[in-house]
Design a binder for this molecule. Structure first.
Ligand SMILES: [Zn+2]
Ligand SMILES: [Zn+2]
Length: 168
C-alpha cells in the first residue's frame, strides 16, 4: 500500500455554535482535566483540514512541522477526542484512521484495498434504512458504520491494459 493515500473529500463543513477547541475544553473540564498547550497544538493541527489519518501519520506530521508533542500525548488525546465526539474512529482492514466528526456531515466510506484511497459519500437511503431497522427493533440509532471495500477506479484502470493484452 502506498504511504500516503490520495483522498477525495468534497463535503462542505457544517456551521457550528462553538469550535472544536471549545467543545474539547468543555469535555475535559467535566472530567476535571485541562486543555494543555500540547492538546491545543494537536486540535489546531488536526482541524486545519479534513482528512483521514492514523496516529503514526499524525506523529510524523507534527515532527515535520517542528511541533513538540509526545507520542503518548498524541495517542491519549486521540482517544479523548473520540470519546468527546470530536473525532470519529474508522477501522479499516489494516489500520485505524481518524477524521473530524464534530462539524462534519455524516457520511460513509469506500476503501480501496489496493492503493488505500478512502472515498467519502452520503446517501439518504442508508440513513433511512438505519432508522427503519432501528425502529423495527425498538432501537434508537445514534450512528452506524458502513465501509465498502474493493478497488477504486484508478486501480481498475491501471490494470485494464494488461487484461486486454491477456485476451489477445
Ligand atoms: Zn485504488
Ligand atoms: Zn470520512
Amino acid at each position: 500500500m502506498s504511504s500516503s493515500p490520495s483522498e477525495s473529500i468534497s463535503l462542505p463543513p457544517l456551521n457550528l455554535p462553538q469550535g472544536p477547541e471549545d467543545k474539547f475544553r468543555e469535555f475535559l473540564e467535566i472530567r476535571g482535566e485541562k486543555l494543555t498547550a500540547p492538546r491545543r497544538t494537536l486540535i489546531a493541527h488536526i482541524f486545519a483540514h479534513h482528512k483521514h489519518f492514523d496516529a503514526d501519520e499524525l506523529v510524523s506530521d507534527l515532527q515535520t512541522s517542528g511541533q513538540r508533542v509526545s507520542r503518548a500525548t498524541v495517542y491519549r488525546t486521540l482517544r479523548l477526542l473520540v470519546e468527546a465526539g470530536i473525532l470519529r474512529e474508522l477501522r479499516l482492514t489494516n489500520r485505524t484512521v481518524y477524521e473530524h466528526d464534530y462539524g462534519y456531515p455524516s457520511h460513509d466510506h469506500m476503501h480501496c484495498t489496493e492503493c488505500g484511497t478512502i472515498l467519502e459519500f452520503t446517501n439518504e437511503e442508508i440513513r433511512q434504512l438505519r432508522e427503519r431497522m432501528a425502529s423495527l427493533h425498538g432501537f434508537r440509532a445514534s450512528g452506524h458504520r458502513f465501509i465498502i471495500t474493493g478497488k477504486c477506479g484508478k486501480c481498475l484502470r491501471a490494470r485494464s491494459p494488461r487484461r486486454r493484452l491477456d485476451l489477445i
